[in-house]
Design a binder for this molecule. Structure first.
Ligand code: SF4
Length: 240
């Protein structure tokens, strides 16, 4: 595993849980408003953290933690991800895996082995040319994302008890019309759909996107209402 960041505890990464967070280095996408820019393009400059060090810390702290979140970068690119999650589950600790959905073969294996307690998708745009444009990927690659969504949507609840979709409400890329299309696409009633305010004051992959306007609170409420027309289980985070 190529770990480039570790938070021993956080209240923000898993709704209702205190969780440790590990960050993997490297990603196959280039989303303009990516907040983990350094983890995507400059991860080699960050110190590498040995997996044994992380599991040792988690073993010590497991009584105070409700779980661990594996995020990135893109964790499903790591060849030993499945083995690492097996170790975490054996501690035992609940595991949430965040992914962009680009590796359906990994998602299929995770679900078949009932490994993630929660599978969380970064749901940026409808899975069509709009996602390709935003993520800087080829249109053909979007089919893989749709396949990952389908695997999660059709997974038996005992294989992945929690499914999440996360959408950042960045005005440049998400408006009411696009969010309505995403809501129609979701079709997974048991998933929690988290809508979050776009944080515009952090480092981003695309310098032109950094600092662009955010939606005011009233528009965030209006967008959440659009999402709730199709999907009951929506959580809106207003952010800072
Ligand atoms: S936001 Fe996009 S570029 Fe950044 S880590 Fe997630 S998928 Fe990769």
């Amino acid at each position: 595993m190529n770990f480039r960041g570790f938070l021993p505890s956080s209240f923000n990464e898993w709704e209702g849980r205190v969780a440790a967070v590990v960050f993997t280095g490297g990603c196959n996408w280039r989303c303009a408003y990516c907040h983990g820019a350094r983890l995507v393009t400059e991860f080699a400059t960050l110190p590498e953290i040995a997996p044994e060090k992380i599991t040792a810390t988690l073993r010590q702290k497991r009584d105070w933690l409700d779980g661990i979140v594996i995020t990135g970068g893109e964790p499903t690119l790591q060849p030993d991800l499945i083995e690492f999650i097996r170790e975490l589950r054996a501690l035992p600790l609940p595991v949430k895996l965040s992914t962009n959905g680009s590796q359906p073969a990994v998602v299929a294996k995770l679900l078949a082995e009932k490994l993630p307690t929660c599978l969380s998708f970064d749901y940026k745009a409808p899975p069509d040319e709009r996602l390709a444009r935003l993520a800087g990927i080829a249109a053909a690659e979007v089919a893989a994302v749709r396949e990952s969504y389908d695997l999660a949507r059709h997974a038996a609840p005992e294989n992945a008890p929690e499914i999440e979709f996360h959408t950042t409400l960045c005005p440049r890329y998400v408006n009411r019309e696009i969010l309505a299309a995403m809501a129609r696409e979701l079709t997974c009633p048991r998933a929690l759909w988290i809508l979050q305010q776009y944080e515009n004051d952090v480092e981003m992959l695309d310098a032109k996107t950094a600092g662009t306007d955010r939606y005011p609170r009233e528009e965030l409420d209006a967008l959440a209402a659009v999402a709730r027309r199709e999907h009951a289980n929506v959580l809106l985070r207003y952010g800072k």
